[in-house]
Design a protein. Structure first.
Length: 676
């Protein structure tokens, strides 16, 4: 029966021998759960929740076909029957939820984080200090056999299919691109020789497993690096792997060392769908579009318009395991939208920690939140409706507690309302507030806007628990001229309460300072569209040249901005590991300057006087903006303690460290879950 809300997206589709219940794919995610001592039950719970939520096909995190190809020490390798026990419970959990599941087979090649690294050529990746050993011809043949063996073992474990990872700069991509393949034998040189490896991998797997196992190839639909493939070469590769026996083609975008953003918040939604559409025009198997597709309306438009046959969403299933079920029942406004921040997923992975999700701290931690009711229902007061307060209030109410949420302002959101004023963040942070607003209504939280909660009233009201989520107060440094009219707080700048001149000094180089600089130098027309984004970063949608790169177009900007810090560390060092480079690159392109290791002497009519390396300097600034850190706003907790009432502090009220929505939402959720 056709779905009334998303008739094409939620219609069935045949891939090889398998019928999928809809066209939504949960794309592969590196979670590092595989490295945990309780990996199997946690992975089963993680994938099982997404299957129960209605997704058509799940693709697992990457599993190597041999020991040399593993991501890191301790990562999964499927090379023998003794490893099947690790996979069977995961397959069973997916099937119990009605989803199909495919194992991603991933050989990391030059990207491997261990000492047995191998590749097509003896070289280093720009993002990996390890030197790879060149594979011999015999080892290449053995690696192809290892792929086929891994596929057969996956079939034995009950997987419906496999995805061959041939994208994002991993081993298969390293063979196809002249950038990393310097061989002169049958596996290198000409384009035909360079694609021999992926084509032979597909052919050998199909020969080994027969027609029943679904084979998906994740192709690099645009490399976004020098020495990558042209569009014509990508099309030729797609045609050849279809001939070799592939059932569907998934699309990956860019290599990991690419200097073009592909999945961050600043990337417009659906920016790279064009790459999937190009491939769909030359093959007859289903083609899957990916990257920055995070809401069902966009997904429906992609498949309904024929740009792709299916869509792959990875991080959106971290944010909301019930994404498909909510869309299918017309509850799109209840979807917890992925905001593409990367803070709790990629940044955690890159620092060797288990992934989760900023907007959904239960992701990858499902077993820590058992679905058991509290022993008693409590009356709870939550003061402050920033991310910590919203997470605590809604979670507690969902568990059956009676919750009053007090907010001194006229709208919910706290610091989230600052974030959604920053260029590139408007759309996604507005989605987060939309989600929490709907959740407040559904859970029955009593919201008191425009009410300043006072210690006496709270203490006298007889609440079982009082939670303080009042956030932070901007820190005000002490130096001569701090009260000069030129000096303003970042709060007043972001909220539009301060007039900012053409020459600006920003004191501080944390995330807030970079956001303020972004706001002040942005050309003034709001969210970038896809065409503007591609032009800014030098992406050629026609992929006429190697890697799909062209000359970046300068971005119009305004104001002369300088960021200053006391520390001698690299400016912006505390920005996100996977996104900080994007902020630094954009601001550099706008002429924003940075100064480190300085002390602030004074502000006067001439501007900001500072000393650096023993020399005095004058920055002729019209406006000096304070982004010098924050302190916890814990005054209410102190007042309650004076009345003998205990309160629990969460979020910025407990620990002020930038605007840490990830920690705030996690603390609020976990505290609410602990109330028993």
């Amino acid at each position: 029966m056709q779905n009334a809300y998303y008739p094409v997206l939620l219609s069935p589709i045949q891939i090889g021998a398998h019928a999928l219940r809809n066209r939504v794919v949960m794309g592969s995610l590196h979670t590092r759960l595989e490295n945990e001592p309780d990996a199997i039950p946690r992975l089963a719970a993680f994938y099982g929740a997404r299957a129960q939520g209605g997704v058509g096909l799940i693709i697992t995190g990457g599993t190597s076909p041999n020991f040399a190809g593993r991501v890191e020490d301790g990562a999964q390798v499927l090379d023998g029957v003794d490893k099947l026990a690790e996979h069977i419970p995961i397959v069973q959990a997916a099937h119990a939820g009605g989803a199909k599941i495919a194992l991603q087979v991933l050989h990391t090649g030059l990207y491997a984080k261990h000492n047995e690294i191998v590749g097509p050529t003896a070289m280093r990746s720009p993002i990996n200090p390890r030197l790879a050993r060149e594979l011999s011809s015999a080892e290449i043949e053995q690696t192809i056999e290892d792929y086929a063996t891994c596929a057969a073992l996956a079939q034995q474990a009950g997987y419906d299919g496999i995805e061959i990872m041939g994208s994002e700069g991993y081993l298969i991509t390293q063979f196809t691109a002249s950038r990393t393949n310097k061989r002169t034998d049958q596996w290198g040189g000409s384009f035909e020789n360079r694609i021999r490896f992926p084509v032979e991998v597909v052919r050998r797997i199909r020969q080994r497993v027969g027609a029943d196992l679904m084979l998906i190839f994740r192709i690099s639909a645009i490399d976004l690096v020098e020495g990558g493939l042209t569009g014509d070469e990508i099309n030729r590769l797609a045609i050849e792997i279809e001939k070799a026996g592939i059932d569907a083609i998934n699309t990956g975008i860019g290599w990991h060392e690419s200097t073009v953003p592909t999945i961050a918040t600043s990337v417009p939604r659906g920016a790279f769908v064009f790459a999937a559409t190009r491939i769909r025009q030359v093959v007859s198997v289903p083609v899957i579009a990916s990257n920055r597709i995070n809401m069902p309306d966009l997904a429906e438009s992609i498949v309904a318009s024929g740009q792709a046959d299916m869509v792959s969403l990875a991080r959106p299933f971290l944010a909301d395991p019930d994404f498909v079920a909510k869309a299918a029942s017309g509850r799109t406004d209840e979807i917890n939208t992925c905001i593409a921040c990367n803070q709790a997923c990629l940044d955690m992975i890159f620092t060797h920690r288990v992934a989760s999700c900023l907007v959904n701290p239960k992701a990858c931690h499902e077993t820590e939140f058992p679905d058991t009711p509290p022993r008693a229902l409590r009356r709870i007061a939550v003061v402050g409706s920033g991310p910590a307060g919203l997470a605590c209030a809604t979670t507690a109410a969902d568990r059956g507690h009676r919750v009053d949420l007090f907010e001194a302002g006229d709208q919910i959101g706290g610091q989230l309302n600052l974030a959604r004023r920053i260029p590139g963040k408007e759309q996604e942070f507005s989605e987060l507030l939309r989600y929490f607003d709907k959740r407040l209504k559904n859970s029955g939280v009593q919201v008191h806007l425009g009410v300043t909660a006072e210690a006496g009233q709270l203490a006298a009201a007889g609440y079982d628990r009082i939670v303080i989520a009042t956030g932070i107060r901007p820190r005000r440094p002490d130096f001569p001229g701090i009260d000069h009219p030129k000096v303003v707080s970042y709060l007043d700048v972001i909220l539009g309460r301060a007039t900012v001149g053409e020459r600006v000094a920003i004191i501080g180089t944390g995330g807030i300072a970079y956001d303020v600089a972004e706001l002040l130098t942005e050309a003034g027309h709001g969210q970038q569209d896809v065409k503007e984004f591609l032009a800014l970063w030098g992406v050629d949608p026609a992929i006429s040249e190697s890697g799909g790169l062209t000359r970046p177009q300068p971005e119009p900007h305004r104001r002369d901005v300088t960021l200053l810090q006391r520390s001698h560390a690299k400016p912006g060092a505390r920005l996100g590991k996977s996104t900080g480079w994007i902020h630094r690159a954009r601001l550099s392109g706008r002429g924003v300057k940075t100064v480190s290791g300085c002390t602030y002497d004074r502000v006067d009519d001439a501007g900001l006087h500072y000393t650096c390396d023993g020399k005095q300097h004058l920055l002729q600034a019209d406006t000096v903006i304070l982004c010098a850190g924050q302190d916890p706003d814990d005054r209410l907790a102190g007042a309650l303690a004076g009345r003998g009432a205990q309160a629990e502090l969460i979020g910025g009220a407990r620990l002020a460290s930038e605007l840490d929505a990830m920690r705030a939402i996690d603390e609020g959720t976990r505290l609410a879950w602990s109330i028993d």
